[in-house]
Design a protein around this ligand. Structure first.
Ligand code: HEM
Length: 381
């Protein structure tokens, strides 16, 4: 999808919104294979945590996968395929995920082992599906963390032996749709080429979804490491009878205010990240927000879990050491990574219909991307 300026740009921005939409012991798992979204089954729902099946959710996830595949095949030549969503990266940096020395028992679950340090990659991105767009344009911003060397058997079929746990976040606390059918209608209409169809975005998303979408993309940031990010959608924490629903967030450890540059270059967010990490280390807090009431529904990602009702707890520090990250090799490595919330231990299982749909969609779209680029699809060690 391409970005156009003009009177319809507000709604076209919603099209861009659809865009929101190494170091361990294990052997790498090479999982490139012919693309078939049917191969991935939807997860079993967990009624104990409030999950409920959405009508036709599997069919909708399959249709969404195939529609995104069609868009990618039309938009890109083989060898040049980018992510359908968040294709513009500001850089992929090495980090350490340092779990707090002491954690309350209800948070010390899964990979949150008190005192443990993991190596990690973090990819910062713009949400727009137009990778050529200037950073100063309003947009959602993404932060995808891939923690390496995580012990235990992972959820994804065929990738059980991988040792990566991903956490994917955007700089807004809520997602614009609870209904995957609305998301599908949105991308169908935005990709149709007809101006009338493009104007249907508010009808596709409804009033609340449209408002959230506009708030999500209405953002300018000064530096990717000095921005706050949220998981938007919920995750399980722990296994067994004491499992709970949580959301995640990450924010800078520093409270120093940063401002937009006076003359922002086309890629000033990459420049800001490069300059920050040339001059020293950066640091972010990784936070977990346990649900405090069953009224905070796991199938409703459009309603914020207010911090006043459900506080965030720091579980780890993301230490990003001084480094040179902007090299052709590292950028290529990063573009060939695949992030999905389903790169996960069962203790951090993604919850809710948006996440269930993402299980099928991210796998399929990443396979198409790697196939078309003749790139090896494997989880790093
Ligand atoms: C039904 C809902 C959604 C759909 C269909 C969708 C679709 C996609 C697709 C196709 C990709 C590219 C995958 C690849 O090529 O490997 C992607 C990446 C991404 N998505 Fe979503 N997404 C959805 C919901 C969300 C939500 C709720 C978040 C909130 C955190 C999110 C954040 C991101 C981010 C940050 C990336 C970039 C990850 C990276 O750096 O590789 N998405 N999404």
């Amino acid at each position: 999808m391409t970005y156009h300026q003009g009177p319809t740009s507000l709604w076209l921005n919603l099209a861009l919104m659809t865009a929101i939409s190494g170091c361990s012991n294990a052997e790498p798992t090479n999982t490139t294979a012919p693309a078939s979204p049917n191969a991935i089954s939807l997860p079993v729902i967990d009624p104990y945590l409030g999950e409920q099946l959405f009508p036709d959710e599997k069919a909708i996830a399959l249709q969404t996968s195939l529609l995104i595949e069609k868009t990618l095949r039309k938009q890109y030549r083989p060898g040049e395929v980018r992510r359908d969503a968040h294709p513009k990266s500001h850089g992929c940096v090495k980090a350490e995920f340092r779990v707090e020395e002491s954690l309350p028992e209800h948070l010390a679950k899964g990979m949150f082992i008190p005192g443990k340090t993991y190596q990690a990659w973090i990819r910062f991105s713009n949400g727009s599906s137009d990778a050529t767009r200037a950073d100063i344009k309003r947009d959602a911003r993404g932060m995808a963390i891939k923690v390496l060397g995580v012990p235990g058997q992972m959820i994804l079929p065929g990738e059980e032996e991988a040792s990566t746990q991903d956490f994917i976040m955007i700089n807004h606390p809520v997602f614009f749709a609870n209904d995957p059918g609305r998301y599908l209608s949105l991308i169908k209409h935005q990709g149709s080429g007809s101006v009338w169809d493009k104007l249907r975005a508010p009808f596709d998303l409804g009033a609340k979804g449209t408002l959230i979408a506009l708030q999500t993309i209405n953002k300018k940031i000064a530096n990717p490491v000095q921005t706050r990010y949220w998981s938007m959608v919920p995750y399980q924490l722990g296994n067994g009878p004491d499992r709970q629903a949580v959301k995640y967030s990450a924010r800078s450890c520093s409270t120093t205010a940063v401002s937009l540059p006076d003359k922002p270059g086309h890629d000033y967010l990459r420049d800001a990240l490069r300059s920050t990490l040339q001059n020293g280390d950066a640091c972010m807090d990784f936070l977990v927000q346990p649900r405090t009431s069953s009224r905070m529904e796991v199938e409703d990602s459009m309603t914020e879990w207010k911090e006043a009702d459900a506080p965030f707890y720091k579980v780890a520090t993301l230490h990003i050491p001084r480094q040179v990250f902007d090299t052709p090799e590292q950028n290529r490595f990063c573009e060939n990574l695949s992030f999905t919330p389903w790169h996960s231990l069962p203790e951090h299982k993604p919850l809710g219909v948006t996440n269930r749909a993402r299980k099928v969609i991210y796998d399929h779209v990443s396979r198409v991307r790697h196939e078309m680029n003749s790139a090896t699809r494997q989880e790093p060690q």
